[in-house]
Structures are given as structure tokens and as C-alpha cells.
Design a protein around this ligand. Structure first.
Ligand SMILES: [Ca+2]
Ligand SMILES: [Ca+2]
Ligand SMILES: [Zn+2]
Ligand SMILES: [Zn+2]
Length: 596
């Protein structure tokens, strides 16, 4: 009855314990899901081990943890996949396990081996260089579905998705020493990640590093790779390639609902020329490499006569939503903010329907604001602004206020049962101007006009003796826009274009304040107005056949969130010979003809 898979997994368990282990396993599992077959259980255990959820059993204590470990592994898998955490192999769970996916594990080895002591994922690898070469070494054998030129063009655009936003530059080479070797291969191909025929695992890539295989990307040639498939048949090559190149530059899998780095195949993602990464993925790649430096133009050839003609990027039809976003979006340099909050150590500045995000090091992650309702899932789409936002002490949930209502978020998903009335807090029916947690006493403070309240989020009740007169905070103006604590131990208060700092446990503004918000937080120079319409773009565009590199109109570099930025002009490594390959612009034409 005990299959090979189970035996393999339990090879370190003493034979005497085997029967007990078997009973412990089968009772709860079969009890909750009576239709489960041994085959399904084998498949489940094998799957959980393969993708990092089930560690090899400890030789000493393994037999005591076995049942617990399996339940825990199933729950972890369900949580990561967005399923109900039942801890048993129910139909939804088995169904997700059969979904085509990437071969790489969801949980790193390091996280598994430390057991209960939760440790963060191993430090992510990243490339130390910013110019990376790529080459498609082997092509799909069934070229009836996808021609070679189309495959190369799709790889080009899938890499460009990442280099458009991060300071990385990819160039195609013909030699055998490309950083990113791309292969279409099947079954066992000698790298420890054998493919498995149609379905199951569809592709994998190796993380950056010093190893020979670093960056290499493999696609299972037993899949029916497609592009613009009229029906939902086949695997969309562009969508899978964007995911795998995410690994090739150092990203790991995520459970975020809106991410190209979810481990499961999500279907086609639309036109490769218009594809825009989900915000979550942008932030993660910015955390590794920083934002693309808009002024260095490192992808411009040093000497055009020696290098390939840059591919002609196809003219895109006017993107309606982008235009609307640009016209509607507020100016970060000239306006006040509705709300400001420190969330997970980062700063968020809210204005109208938009927000800007700053890293822990106070680096603005993008000049372009993100739409509130697209990131904070569950707020009404017609919400035109927010009043105040803060991260709750204790459970670290995020609370949004608007008028007489409030919403509670776990990460970026709203909790059930919200909005609720702010009378829950004991606040008057006038709304709030500002909310923040004072590091000094871990209490939550609400401000409205010239009064303030002190709330205990651990006991969920208002402290006695409030409201008090806000002039007790010496130097602060009435009618604040919002306030937040910051990692330097100080509290910051915002109103109009100015902000005030209150250090430590003082209730008095530090000398030298107010200062300008735009200048100190949002990368604006004095008197500068910088609407998103004039935001510098990182790509070069061709107008009437002439090359017009975009210039940063700000006169300064957009922050780079890591210390090493893109290499300056002049140190670009000379490219490997590419004359064996048709120039990529012909591929763009090939792709265009396929698009039309
Ligand atoms: Ca497969
Ligand atoms: Ca406010
Ligand atoms: Zn993956
Ligand atoms: Zn492989």
C-alpha cells in the first residue's frame, strides 16, 4: 500500500514507525476527503516536495512531525496559491497541483531547513553587471506553430519588459558565451530539473550568479508553444518568457494575486508591445536594481558603425488609459497631500485617486503615481480621495479613513465586513484629518481641526480624557493634512506644501521646521512643477526616422534604489559578433506582420 514515492520520502524513518506514520497520515487525510486515492496522495506528496513545501524528514524527530508536516505543507501551498487553508488534499488543491507551472520551487531551501524558526528567504542574487547578452540556442522543434524569428522577437520583447523599468540592458549575440542561453528542450536535460511531457512543469530559469548556468532559461519542448493563439490552446510563449526572465534577473516566486511571478501559468497577457508589468513586480525589481536611470542612455550604441542597428520599435496606437491617467494625475511637486502613511517601513503619499511610494531609504520608486484602487484591492473604484491612513500597531493591518467610514486591509486586500463607521473608534461624526502611531507609546493619535484623540489599538478603545486641544503639540498648525511616524524615531506632520518634524517623545516641533515636502520627500527642485505628462521616459523613440533620445527634464537623476547604478557611457562591453543573425528590426517587422 505504501508506494515508492512515500517510501522515498520516508526513507529515513525507522521501519517500526512506518505503520504508525501511515495511520497518522491516512486518518486525517482520508477522513476529510474520502475520495482521495493512494495515487492522488502520492502525487500530492511528490508535488509538495518538488516545489519546496515539504522538507526531507529529520532522521531523529521525523516520525513525530510527519502528519503535522504534511498538513502544514498543504496549508502553506494553499495559502501561496490563494486557496482556502484546509490542510487536506481537497479537489481545489489537487486541481491547482495539476495546473501547468514553472519548475522552480515556491519556498527556498533555507526557509525549509530552519523549520519553525521563520527566516526570510535567502538573499536574492542579482547581476553585478548591467549589460547582459542573450541567445536562443535551440528552437521549438514544431516550427509550424512558431517560426524562429517570432521566437527571437518574443524573447526580445519579454526581456525588454524588464529593461524598460530597471537599469539593465540586453543584447542578442551569436556566440556560445551568452549570459542568458535560451533552450527549448524536453525530459531530462542534465540540469536536475527534468521536464515532464505536456503540462506539469513548462519552463525554468537559473538565478543570477557566478555559475556557468546562471541566467539560462529552458522551455519544455513538449508544450505547444503559441503566440496570439485564437483559442486558449497551448502555452503563451511571451507570458512564460516574461516570468522566466524575472527569475533570470533574480526574482523569486510570489503569492501576490497580481504578479507575473506567480508560479502557475496564468494564460496569455496580451500584446507584447503594450505589456505593462503589475505594480508588485515593478517594485520587486526596483528593490533589486533601482529604477531605470533616465539620463544615462546606456542602451545607446557607443559607436553606431560597430554595433547593430537598434530595432525599430513599432508605433503604438495611442493608449487611451495612459492618456487619461496623465491628464487626471496630480502634480507631486505643487500640491498638498490628502494622507501620508508609513506602511511596512515605506512611505506612501496619497493625493486624489493616486499615491506615490518611497522606499525605506526615502527613495521615490517612480515619478508616476499609482492608482489607489488598483493597488489597494477592495476600495470603491469611485473613491476620489482618502482622509488619513495608518498601519495599526499589533496586527500591522492598514486602516484607511474617508468621511465617516473606514476600511481595514491585510496587506493590499480589504478585510471582509468593511467599510464600517468611524464611531467604532469613538470618533465624532466629522471624520478625521490625520492619524498616526506615536513610536514613543505605541498609541494611535487622531487629529480633527484643532482637537486630537488618543486611541489604544491593542485594547481597541479610546483613552479617557480625550479629545484634547491640539495646541498641546507646540508649533503644529491646526487642520493637518496627515501625520506619520518614520524610522528615524520622529513623527512627521503634513499640511499644505510643508511638513514639521517632532523628534522622539517630545510634543514640540524641532527648530528649523516647517520645510518643503516636495523638496525633501518627492524629488522636486524648488519652484519646480513636474506633471506626469513631462515625465522623462527611459526608452528611446524614433520620430520620422531620426533618433531622439529623451532628456530628463528635471535636470537630476531619478533615484537609484541601489548603490551601483548603470554603467556610464564608454564602459559598455563590446558586443559579440552578431552578423550571423538577421538584425532584430526585421524580427520586429516579422512580429508586426504576425500581429496584423
Ligand atoms: Ca511539461
Ligand atoms: Ca488628511
Ligand atoms: Zn517561476
Ligand atoms: Zn533545464
Amino acid at each position: 500500500m505504501v508506494s515508492l514515492v512515500l517510501l522515498k520520502w520516508m526513507r529515513n524513518i525507522s521501519p517500526e514507525m512506518l505503520l504508525l506514520v501511515q495511520i497518522l497520515w491516512f486518518l486525517p487525510v482520508t477522513g476529510a476527503a474520502p475520495s482521495l486515492t493512494t495515487e492522488q496522495l502520492d502525487m500530492g506528496v511528490d508535488w509538495l516536495s518538488r516545489f519546496g513545501y515539504l522538507p526531507p524528514p529529520d532522521p531523529v524527530t521525523g516520525q513525530l512531525q510527519t502528519k503535522e508536516a504534511l498538513t502544514k505543507a498543504i496549508k502553506a501551498m494553499q495559502k501561496f496559491g490563494g486557496l482556502k487553508e484546509t490542510g487536506v488534499l481537497d479537489q481545489a488543491t489537487l486541481g491547482l497541483m495539476k495546473t501547468p507551472r514553472c519548475s522552480l520551487p515556491d519556498v527556498s531551501d533555507a526557509e525549509v531547513t530552519v523549520g519553525r524558526r521563520k527566516r526570510s528567504l535567502t538573499p536574492q542574487n542579482k547581476w553585478n553587471k548591467r549589460h547582459l547578452s542573450w541567445r536562443v540556442r535551440t528552437f521549438p522543434k514544431d516550427s509550424a506553430l512558431l517560426g524562429r524569428d517570432t521566437v527571437r522577437a518574443l524573447m526580445y520583447y519579454a526581456l525588454k519588459v524588464w529593461s524598460d523599468i530597471a537599469p539593465l540592458n540586453f543584447h542578442e549575440v551569436a556566440g556560445s558565451d551568452a549570459d542568458i542561453q535560451i533552450d527549448f528542450t524536453k525530459a531530462d536535460h542534465n540540469d536536475g530539473y527534468p521536464f515532464d511531457g505536456p503540462g506539469g512543469t513548462v519552463a525554468h530559469a537559473f538565478f543570477p550568479g557566478e555559475r556557468f548556468t546562471a541566467g539560462d532559461t529552458h522551455f519544455d519542448d513538449d508544450e505547444a508553444w503559441t503566440f496570439r493563439s485564437p483559442d486558449s490552446h497551448g502555452m503563451d510563449l511571451f507570458a512564460v518568457a516574461v516570468h522566466e526572465f524575472g527569475h533570470a534577473i533574480g526574482l523569486v516566486h510570489t503569492s501576490a494575486m497580481e504578479s507575473i511571478m506567480r508560479p502557475y501559468y496564468q494564460g496569455p497577457v496580451g500584446d507584447p508591445l503594450k505589456y505593462d508589468l503589475p505594480y508588485e513586480d515593478k517594485v520587486r525589481v526596483w528593490q533589486l536594481y533601482g529604477v531605470r536611470d533616465s539620463v544615462s542612455h546606456t542602451n545607446r550604441p557607443v559607436n553606431p558603425s560597430q554595433t547593430a542597428e537598434p530595432p525599430v520599435l513599432l508605433d503604438l496606437p495611442e493608449n487611451r488609459s495612459t492618456v487619461l491617467l496623465a491628464r487626471d494625475a496630480p502634480d507631486r511637486c505643487s500640491s498638498h497631500f490628502d494622507a501620508v502613511a508609513q506602511i511596512r517601513g515605506e512611505a506612501f503619499f496619497f493625493k486624489g485617486k493616486y499615491f506615490w511610494r518611497l522606499t525605506r531609504e526615502k527613495h521615490l520608486v517612480s515619478l508616476r503615481p499609482a492608482q489607489i484602487h488598483r493597488f489597494w484591492r477592495g476600495l470603491p473604484t469611485n473613491l476620489d480621495s482618502v482622509d488619513a491612513v495608518y498601519e495599526r500597531p499589533g496586527d500591522h493591518k492598514i486602516v484607511f479613513f474617508k468621511g465617516l467610514k473606514y476600511w481595514v486591509f491585510k496587506d493590499n486586500i480589504v478585510e471582509e465586513g468593511y467599510p464600517r463607521p468611524i464611531s467604532d473608534f469613538g470618533l465624532p461624526s466629522e471624520g478625521v484629518d490625520a492619524a498616526f502611531v506615536w513610536l514613543h507609546n505605541d498609541k494611535t493619535y487622531f487629529f480633527k481641526d484643532n482637537r486630537y484623540w488618543r486611541y489604544d489599538d491593542h485594547l481597541r478603545r479610546m483613552d479617557l480624557g480625550y479629545p484634547k486641544d491640539s495646541t498641546l503639540w507646540k508649533g503644529l498648525p491646526p487642520q493637518l493634512d496627515d501625520a506619520m511616524r518614520w524610522s528615524d524615531g520622529s513623527s512627521y506632520f503634513f499640511k499644505g506644501k510643508e511638513y514639521w518634524r517632532v523628534p522622539g517623545s517630545d510634543m514640540e516641533v524641532e527648530p528649523g521646521y516647517p520645510r518643503l515636502i516636495a523638496k525633501d520627500w518627492l524629488l522636486c527642485t524648488e519652484m519646480q512643477s513636474d506633471s506626469p505628462d513631462t515625465e522623462p521616459k527611459s526608452t528611446e523613440t524614433r520620430i520620422n526616422g531620426h533618433l531622439h533620445p529623451d532628456h530628463a527634464e528635471n535636470g537630476y537623476e531619478v533615484c537609484s534604489c541601489t548603490s551601483d547604478t548603470a554603467s556610464p557611457l564608454g564602459v559598455r562591453p563590446s558586443p559579440s559578433p552578431i552578423w550571423l543573425l538577421p538584425p532584430l528590426w526585421t524580427l520586429s517587422l516579422a512580429l508586426r506582420s504576425e500581429l496584423l
